[in-house]
Structure formats: structure tokens, C-alpha cells
Design a binder for this molecule. Structure first.
Ligand code: PBG
Length: 321
């Protein structure tokens, strides 16, 4: 464990330790190759896939409005995908380019989180390497370490492991130590359910599995509190700097239990399906403001220090919180 990681920069301290909802918010972004790309995602109104040049302009406006924490997802063209997501660790990918540009421009005033999973880079859409029809755990972890280290090298504040393989936090922390990355954080999606609320995201990231599902690694939706607490405490002891519960609204009770059971900061992911439901049923801005405010307060009350939400930008620019 490196206790200093969450204290390293002003933006990290504000995100993790300030109790205010405003400073707790993290905005997700989808990064694609090309120039001038600003492509709406039909199931997620207000959220676009963007090339690096457009993303930089978007985040520049966000920063001016007081939205300082950003989570980046790499979306790859089909021809860049292969069975092991090898392009995901390429230092010239749009994601790596974006990390470098943003850290160069904003330094410690921005928090960059980068998603770590094989699913957006594999041609079969699964979160790991497939052998004999199974997602191999330990071999997948080796690929995750390679991709994670490439994010660290580019300057990511927090590698955000959303893959749900066993043992990856320990391996990542070990490798970061070995290579001298003592200030790179690890946010672990510790308690991530095999949820039906990820549908719009998989459209956005073009990451749906071609066959089968994610139930051999993501948690069973029927699972009770003990497994959730076990997963979170395990990642805590493996050296995670932030622990996450995901999805948010259907698992507020789990969030509360986990927050009470760990001593590290806890994040919640207000996922794409939750976002789309709110957008679909609250087209009126004033009505949406009330609904989103209520949702954010429920996360805080249930113990979240950090809230990852597609509503972040609108909530901050419209002064809803
Ligand atoms: C990658 C990943 C997913 C989400 C975040 N990281 C999709 C999945 O697990 O299928 C979902 C986010 C959302 O629905 O907003 N593994």
C-alpha cells in the first residue's frame, strides 16, 4: 500500500477527501481515433464518442466549469481488435495520446482515470483471453498488467480495473512498485455485478461479447453482502487506493455495507442503464435536476466518496448541486 497516492495532487485530494457532491463527481468519456469526430451515442443522449482533438476541447470546458475528474474509455475500430486486445497497450493509441496531452496541460489540477479491461480491445468482446471456451484468469491478468503499465507510463492518475479477474490488483501494484511508479493509483471495480444495466455502455464502447456473457467473472446479482465485503476487503489488502461498487442505484444497500467494512475511499458507478432511464423519463430540465440531485444524495448517504456519473457535466454546468 502507498498511503500517499490519494494525497499526491490537489485534484486527487479534492476528489477523495472533500465531502461536497460537486467535487466527488467523475465524468466518463469515450475516446476514438481520427480527427473532428464527435459522434452521439443514441442510447446515451448528451454523451458522444470523441477523437482526441474534440475530447481536449470538451475537457477544457469541463475544467473551466469546475469538473476536474475524468474517466477515459478507449473505443477501437474493428480492425484494431484481436483475441488479446494487444492494441490497448499501444502508446500511440488515442487513449494514451489523450492522457499525455491532458496531464501536460493540467498536471495536478486534473484527475485522469483510465479504464482497464480487455473487452473494448478483443475481437470476441470478452474481458479476457479465451482458452477452451473459458476466460483464462492468470493469463488475462498478464495482459492487464501490460495495458495498465502503459497507462501509468502515459501519466494516468488512477488505473481503473473494471475486468473482475482474480489477483490483478496485487500484480498491478507489484509491477508499479517494481518499475518505480510510486504515485500511480489503482481504482478497483471490486464489487461489480453481472448487471443488465450496462447495455447502453456496450453500444457506446462496442464491447458486447459475441457469445455468452460475463457471469463467470462479474458477481452474481443474487449474491449477498458477505461476498461483496470479501471482494472489497481483498482488493484493499492487495493495495487498491479506491474501491468501487457498481452499478449504483440497484445496489445502494451493498454500497452501504461495503463502505462500513473498508478503510479506503469508496466509489460508486452510476452506470449507463441508470443514466438512460433518467434521460428517457425526465426530458424536462428542471425535473431532471431534481431527480439527479436526489440520486447523488442517495449515493452520498450510502457511503460513496466518489461518484462516477454521465450526469456529472450537466449537474455541474447547470448548478444542480
Ligand atoms: C468494461 C466496463 C463496462 C462498464 C465499465 N467498464 C462494461 C461491462 O462490464 O460490460 C459499464 C459502464 C456503464 O454501463 O456505464 N468492462
Amino acid at each position: 500500500m502507498r498511503a500517499r497516492i490519494n494525497r499526491w495532487t490537489p485534484a486527487r485530494r479534492n476528489l477523495v477527501f472533500d465531502d461536497d457532491i460537486r467535487t466527488s463527481l467523475v465524468q466518463p468519456h469515450f475516446v476514438v481515433a481520427g480527427k473532428d469526430v464527435d459522434q452521439p451515442i443514441p442510447s446515451m443522449p448528451g454523451i458522444n464518442r470523441q477523437s482526441v482533438d474534440v475530447l481536449l476541447k470538451t475537457i477544457d470546458l469541463d475544467m473551466k466549469m469546475g469538473l476536474f475528474s475524468h474517466m477515459l474509455f478507449l473505443v477501437l475500430d474493428a480492425e484494431k481488435k484481436d483475441p488479446t486486445a494487444s492494441f490497448a497497450s499501444n502508446a500511440n493509441s488515442p487513449l494514451h495520446e489523450a492522457i499525455r496531452a491532458l496531464k501536460k496541460k493540467y498536471g495536478g489540477e486534473i484527475v485522469i482515470m483510465t479504464d482497464l479491461c480487455l473487452c473494448t480491445g478483443t475481437d470476441h468482446g470478452h474481458c479476457g483471453v479465451i482458452k477452451r471456451n473459458n476466460i483464462e484468469n492468470d493469463e488475462t491478468v498478464e495482459h492487464l498488467v501490460k495495458i495498465g503499465m502503459s497507462h501509468a507510463k502515459a501519466g494516468s492518475d488512477y488505473i481503473s480495473a473494471s475486468d473482475m479477474m482474480d489477483g490483478r490488483i496485487e500484480r498491478l501494484r507489484g509491477k508499479l512498485e517494481e518499475e518505480g511508479y510510486h504515485s500511480t493509483g489503482l481504482m478497483s471495480y471490486s464489487v461489480k455485478y453481472a448487471s443488465s444495466f450496462y447495455g447502453p455502455f456496450r453500444d457506446a464502447a462496442e464491447s458486447s461479447p459475441e457469445f455468452g456473457d460475463r457471469r463467470s467473472h462479474q458477481m452474481d446479482i443474487r449474491s449477498g453482502y458477505s461476498e461483496a465485503v470479501m471482494q472489497a476487503r481483498n482488493d484493499q489488502s492487495e493495495g487498491a487506493d479506491i474501491l468501487m461498487v457498481k452499478p449504483g442505484l440497484p445496489y445502494l444497500d451493498v454500497l452501504r455495507k461495503v463502505a462500513d467494512a473498508v478503510v479506503r475511499p469508496v466509489a460508486v458507478y452510476n452506470v449507463s442503464g441508470e443514466y438512460s432511464m433518467v434521460m428517457e423519463t425526465n426530458k424536462n430540465l428542471l425535473q431532471r435536476a431534481l431527480v439527479v440531485r436526489e440520486i447523488f444524495n442517495s449515493f452520498k448517504r450510502a457511503g460513496a466518496d466518489i461518484i462516477v456519473s454521465y450526469h456529472a457535466r450537466e449537474a455541474i454546468t447547470e448548478n444542480w448541486i
